[in-house]
Each structure stands twice: as C-alpha cells, then as structure tokens.
Design a protein around this ligand. Structure first.
Ligand SMILES: O=P(O)(O)O[C@H]1[C@H](O)[C@@H](O)[C@H](O)[C@@H](O)[C@@H]1O
Ligand SMILES: [Mg+2]
Length: 284
C-alpha cells in the first residue's frame, strides 16, 4: 500500500509539473474562452487539453484506477466517488484567473481510496510552488514542511473565501451576509486567490487562518484539504459538522477555535451535491 501511494505521489507530481508547463505556455497565446459570453463559469481549450494530458498519462501507469475530472464531468462523465482508487483532477483551478492572467492558477490532483484522500498535489504553476501531502506523512511546499498558523484569536486572522460563479440573488445575499458578519467580527482581513486549491495551500502554509466556500466542487478541494490536515489544520462542513468531499461546502482552518467562530458567522446554503445530478430525467 505504501509503495502504491508513493508511486501515485511521484506520478502526480510529475504530471502536474508537465501540466504546469502547458498552462504557462498557453498563458501567452491560448486563453480564449469557450463558454458563452454571459457565462461566468469559464472554460478554455487549455482546461480540456491539460485534463486529457493528465488522464492519459495516469491511465498508462495505473490502468485500473478511476477518475473524476472537472472537464470530463462537464462532458457528461459521472461524478460518483466510490471506494476504488480514484484520481480527482482539476486541470486548471482558477480558470477565470488564467483567462485574465491574474497570477494564481493551480493544477489540483487528489487521490482517494475508500473515499478518503490519501495523496494531494497542488501545483501553483505561475508561482512554481509544488504543494504535496500524503496522509500521515505531513505537507510540503517544494520539499519544505508546512505548518498552519498558531493564531487562536479570530480577530487577529485573515480569512480566505471566494465569490464563486453562482449569481442567483439569494446566493449572492448569503455570500454578502457571511462576509459582513466576518468582516465586522472584526478580522484583520478577508482575501481570495480565485482558486480553492491555492486558498487551501495558503491555510496549510500559515498565510491565512481559514478558508471557507460553498459552491466549489470536489476537484477544487480534494488535494488541498489533505494539505491543510497534514499541516496540522482541520477541515469541516460550514455548519461545523463533518467534512463531506461531495457536498460542495468546506471550512478549512488552522484550529477548531477559529473554525467555530466562523461557523457562527457563515450564512449557509446547500448547492446541489457533486454526486447528485439529473441526467435525462434520472437521478444518479
Ligand atoms: O472553475 P475553476 O477555476 O476550476 O474553480 C474555481 C471556481 O470556478 C470558482 O467559482 C470558485 O470560487 C473557486 O474556488 C474555484 O477554485
Ligand atoms: Mg477548480
């Protein structure tokens, strides 16, 4: 088992690095948006190209493994997490950043067995930072160990979050209600890198105390959530319950006391789960 996980880690790092090269090259000449002009959840050809590259390369080495990838799911593949070894891939986390050349873009690769993340790799490719974690083995950035912040006072904290891509007025109201509550606690600041994977790596690195969001997907958070746990932090639901990878809700923090102060301030809502989709009139 340990050997398999080491092989998975090595392969994930190698393929994330290769993917990062493709993203960096595309930054100067291939950022055209494929989505219709009014859409805010953007997709580019580079997202699709990079996901293909990652999946092909993993399939050659691990033919029995399953995949959940952002672009494959968009193309109709199921997004069901089973007990089988599964690679959970976001080829470009921060596609909107990529399109605008806003400099935080990550390749996120999580690997689960029995529905639990065992390996997490987040490559913040414009910063050239390779974040890695193995369950029980610590979290690292470019080989240096990571540790969450030791701040216990939420008033001395920076909290990361995102506005997401849902423009439903009720959802937008909830987002602003949470923000107003948290800002007026008060806290030192609120930030957002534009990518869940990078926000989670910022928690793991001790640069922000917490990150919360509702509406992102499993491929945005699978790898990063292990980084936070392995750097000594915690991951839970935004209502303080157990974390659920497929729920599209996350609160990751340096410690329980900061997390629970945030739970009191967050106005929760429930996006449709990642593993419940209506296709041709049928739920699966
Ligand atoms: O779509 P990508 O860029 O893979 O993922 C991002 C979502 O689009 C955005 O809505 C969300 O706020 C962000 O956290 C996520 O990483
Ligand atoms: Mg993403």
């Amino acid at each position: 088992m340990a050997d398999i996980l080491q092989n998975v880690m090595d392969h994930a790092v190698a393929v994330a690095r290769k993917a990062g090269e493709v993203v960096r090259e595309a930054l100067s000449d291939d950022r055209k948006v494929m989505t219709k002009s009014s859409a805010v959840d953007l997709v580019t050809q580079t997202d699709q190209k990079v996901e293909k590259l990652i999946i092909q390369s993993v399939k050659e080495k691990f033919p029995q493994h399953r995949f959940i990838g952002e672009e494959s799911v968009a193309a109709g593949e199921p997004s069901i997490l089973t007990d089988d070894p599964t690679w959970i891939i976001d080829p470009i986390d921060g596609t909107t950043n990529f399109v605008h050349a806003f400099p935080f873009v990550a390749i996120s690769i999580g690997f689960t067995i029995n529905k639990r993340v065992e390996v997490g790799v987040v490559y913040s490719c414009l910063e050239d930072k390779m974040f890695t974690a193995r369950r029980g083995g610590g979290a690292f950035c470019n080989g240096e160990p990571l540790q969450v912040s030791d701040q216990t006072d939420v008033h001395r904290s920076i909290i990361a979050t995102e506005f997401g891509s849902n423009r439903d007025p009720e959802v937008v109201d909830k987002i602003f209600s949470s923000l107003r509550n948290i800002l007026s606690l008060p806290v030192h600041g609120v930030r957002g890198a534009g990518t869940a994977a990078v926000n989670l790596s910022l928690v793991a690195s001790g640069c922000v105390e917490a990150y919360y969001e509702m509406g992102m997907h499993v491929w945005d958070i699978a790898a990063g959530s292990l980084l936070v746990l392995e750097a000594g932090g915690i991951v839970m639901d935004v209502d303080g319950g157990d974390a659920d990878l497929m729920s599209r809700r996350i609160l990751a923090a340096n410690n329980r006391s900061v997390a629970l102060r945030l739970v009191e301030q967050i106005a929760p809502y429930r996006p449709d789960r990642d593993d419940v989709k209506k296709i041709s009139g049928k739920w699966w």
